[in-house]
Ligand binder design. Structure first.
Ligand code: UD1
Length: 470
């Protein structure tokens, strides 16, 4: 297992390019199950979740190959398998995206329920409700969803839930409805750009979907989908992470290949925090010369601030001059990063679905543990801004969802080393000696009082689950 050793305090300067969107690529790869012939996908990022889904798809009779030009080629050579096994699905929740395509094309699916997750309760009841409405018979036995339908039939489906709509649930129902007999309407559909990208892909294959990007989708069923060549959209979460990296290090960073219209809420909040962002077409230059302005942020379904950017914004606000409140209305329990940020000197506490952040003048490097994908990115950002060296452990979470993030950051001035996670590789600056017991190694003048809630229940789940994903 690897860890990252980060030397903080290096302003990022230069240009980086955003890669393809993980959360668009995954349901699109899964939807290739429903195509006849070879699907060619461009812009699929090189990351562990894509490799995991490739294993799932191979187990389902597909060939999946990364070609010399970087494209991914997928072909369903054996349409008999319908089992997505627990050993694969537990590694990545998004594997559940095979459910809709399997059901529509192969008429049956047996997909493991994904299980626990570090970012909160993540049921799939809405996925199942939508598929049942299309006529699927669904039972849950031995930890698996067994679904069957001789021919799905169009229906009127409402997919809204207590926390808004569901992104992968909309993807599943959409991928099933395109091959159903008759017309389907989905109201309360997720409007996220990744759902639109899946819809555009399905339409390119011959599906008839209208209303993409709105909560009301109309789908006219077709009998077959043809394979196509398709390019996945840029990753708006990676783009937001890079913009925050430029701001938190007080650098001047040009981020290329982003769709600014999909990042409107993030750009707006970063400007409110005091960053300067100049937009030129598909490129944005971020700079920040003074301490962040405190601000209240609420993560909401699209087009609001994405929950996947909440932790990174929290990292930035730990350095603000005053108090900020960060609320997550999509995953109200997604605050596992707070205790680790406190180890770096951040003054943060959790209250229900909110993180209350009292800004400090600086963070100090520490050894911290990543709990999930976006928390790892947030800890990396905090480490880059901190005084001294930090170590981030359990970075397999980061590798699941970012395409060589530390390489990109190093190319613009960051100092991040990837090393094997063992005691020999811990920086000596983080090893305290007997002498250090008498005199603190860091200036603790603006450190927070001891955290009350570290003793409370919110931190106890950290070691419970390993497969948190997004
Ligand atoms: C997707 C993204 C993830 C992102 C999330 C919210 C992928 C692979 N992952 O996850 O990065 O953080 O959207 O933007 O695209 N819910 C239910 N019942 C359901 C399904 C969801 O109550 O059947 C709830 C969830 O608990 C959560 C909210 O709805 O509170 C949103 O979840 P959902 O949009 O389904 O997230 P994912 O699709 O799993």
């Amino acid at each position: 297992m690897d860890m990252l050793v980060v030397q903080g305090g290096q302003p990022l300067r230069g240009r980086v390019t955003v890669g393809g969107a993980k959360n668009a690529a995954l349901p699109i790869m899964a939807a290739a199950i429903a195509a006849t012939g070879t699907t060619i996908l461009r812009g699929v990022p090189d990351l562990v979740d894509v490799i995991t889904l490739s294993h799932v798809l191979r187990s389902l009779g597909m060939t999946v190959e990364r070609c010399g030009d970087g494209s991914l080629q997928l072909n369903a050579v054996d349409e008999r398998p319908c089992l997505a096994d627990y050993e694969l699905v537990r590694r990545m929740r998004a594997s559940v995206c095979v459910l809709g395509p399997l059901l529509s094309r192969r008429r049956r699916a047996c997909v493991s329920l994904p299980g626990g997750c570090n970012i909160g309760h993540r049921p799939i009841d809405l996925h199942l409700k939508g598929l049942r409405a299309l006529g699927a018979e669904i039972t849950i036995e031995r930890g698996y969803v067994f679904a069957h339908a001789d021919r799905l039939r169009g229906a009127d489906i409402y997919l809204g839930g207590s926390f808004g709509s569901t992104v992968t649930g909309t993807c599943n129902v959409l991928s099933a409805a395109v091959l159903a007999k008759g017309t389907t309407t989905i109201s309360g559909a997720a409007c996220e750009p990744e759902v639109v990208d899946l819809g555009d892909f399905l339409n390119a294959m011959g599906a008839k979907i209208t209303g993409l990007g709105t909560p009301l989708l109309q789908i006219q069923g077709v009998s077959e989908l043809n394979s196509v060549e398709y390019t996945v959209i840029p990753d708006r979460i990676e783009a937001a992470t890079l913009l925050i990296a430029g701001a938190i290090t007080r650098g001047e960073l040009e981020v290329d290949n982003l769709r600014t219209s999909q990042l409107a809420a993030v750009i707006d909040i970063l400007r409110g925090i005091g960053a300067t962002i100049d937009i030129q077409g598909e490129s944005a230059c971020v700079s920040m010369s003074s301490a962040p302005v405190p601000i209240d942020v609420t993560a909401l379904p699209y087009p609001g601030i994405p929950t996947d950017v909440q932790a990174q914004l929290t990292a930035l606000l730990t350095l603000a001059q005053g108090i900020s409140v960060v609320t997550d209305k999509v995953f109200p329990d997604r605050f596992m990063h707070l205790p680790e940020m406190m180890r770096m000197g951040a003054n943060v506490r959790r209250e229900g679905a909110c993180g209350i952040i009292s800004g400090v003048t600086h963070l100090s490097g520490a050894c911290v543990m990543a709990s999930d994908l976006r928390a790892s990115a947030a800890l990396l950002l905090a480490s880059m801004a901190a005084k001294g060296e930090s170590v981030i452990r359990r970075i397999y979470h980061l590798d699941r969802g970012y395409d060589h993030l530390e390489r990109k950051l190093n190319s613009v001035g960051a100092q991040i080393r990837r090393v094997t996670d063992n005691a020999d590789n811990l920086p000596t600056s983080l090893m305290l000696s007997l002498e250090d017991q008498a005199s603190p190694v860091v200036d603790s003048s603006d450190m927070p009082p001891p955290p009350k809630y570290l003793l409370g229940r919110s931190t106890t789940r950290q070691a419970t689950f390993d497969s948190s994903d997004h």
